[in-house]
Design a protein around this ligand. Structure first.
Ligand code: NAP
Length: 257
């Protein structure tokens, strides 16, 4: 007989880059699911809007300023979260930046910056949080990849980082499975956030036209929104998703892979 799924119990979740965009929606969704949520962004003041929205909806949230690519800042942030909210056992590695350029114009600084936030950031945060997950013998790590992992013109750095995230996810799933920790990745397609707005600006197209053009190419004929990604994160964080690990879920309005 299969076990009856256990109801979602309140845990402590950490969402990086949650001051806006996808991270803010994921933080709000996990709070609505009953978890206390630590909202990390570069500066603590950037977390205020997300934290206020969660509290206004009756949830529990803590804003923490930290650069996820800085090991000392990550260590400090996670120990503060553990002290103020309790042991963090759900981690969403969402913080991200773009430094797009064609290869021949891509600087080393732009290469390193993208690797630093996406890959080093996910590594440092996961290393810090897994100590709590292993101790609690329960955990969820959810990493943000992208359809760009499959290749995208002008994004050699970002595509490499997002493909790297997929290998990182599968390896952590193998290492941490014995502690009841699942590790999965979400690979969004086109999602309307400040990140895609910045891309539209860079290529000199009004955002509305950029979105409309993208929607035409997407099988479900619309661009994604942050809540589409939050729904996938909510699934991976649930108790009954405990047998799903090492997976990459493309949330792109169609089969991108
Ligand atoms: P966004 O609107 O640009 O938000 C990213 C957030 O990450 C910002 O709040 C940013 O802070 C924060 N951040 C950047 N560097 C950081 C660092 N070193 N430490 C802590 N926080 C940092 O981006 P988004 O569109 O929501 O994207 C979220 C994630 O989804 C990213 O990993 C992105 O690559 C991925 N993704 C997005 C799309 C899309 O279409 N939007 C598609 C596929 C994948 P500041 O505000 O201070 O810069």
């Amino acid at each position: 007989m299969p076990e009856t799924p256990i109801a979602t119990t309140g845990r402590v979740a950490v969402v990086t880059g949650a001051g806006r965009g996808i991270g803010a929606a994921v933080a709000a969704r996990l709070a609505a699911d009953g978890h206390a949520v630590a909202v990390i962004d570069l500066r603590e003041q950037d977390t205020e809007q997300t934290v206020d929205a969660i509290r206004a909806a009756g949830g529990e949230a803590l804003g923490v300023g930290a650069d996820v690519s800085d090991a000392a800042a990550v260590e400090q942030a996670v120990s503060r979260i553990a002290a103020e909210l309790g042991a963090p056992t759900i981690l969403v590695n969402n913080a991200g930046i773009l430094r797009d350029n064609l290869l021949f114009k891509m600087s080393e600084t732009d290469w390193d910056a993208v690797m630093g936030v996406h890959l080093r950031g996910a590594f440092l945060m996961s290393r810090e949080v897994q100590a709590h997950q292993v101790k609690e013998e329960w955990g969820r790590i959810i990493n943000l990849s992208s359809t760009s992992a499959l290749g995208n013109r002008g994004q050699a750095n970002y595509a490499a980082a997002k493909a790297g995230i997929q290998g990182f996810t599968k390896t952590l799933a193998i290492e941490l499975g014995r502690y009841n920790v699942t590790v999965n990745a979400i690979a969004p397609g086109f999602i309307q956030t400040d990140m895609t707005r910045a891309t539209a600006e860079r290529v000199g197209v009004p955002f509305e036209d950029f979105v409309a053009h993208a929607a035409k190419e997407i099988p479900v004929r619309r661009a994604g929104n942050p809540e589409d990604i939050a729904a996938a994160a909510s699934f991976f964080a649930r108790e009954e998703a405990s047998f799903v690990s090492g997976q990459v879920l493309y949330v792109a309005g169609g089969p991108k892979a």
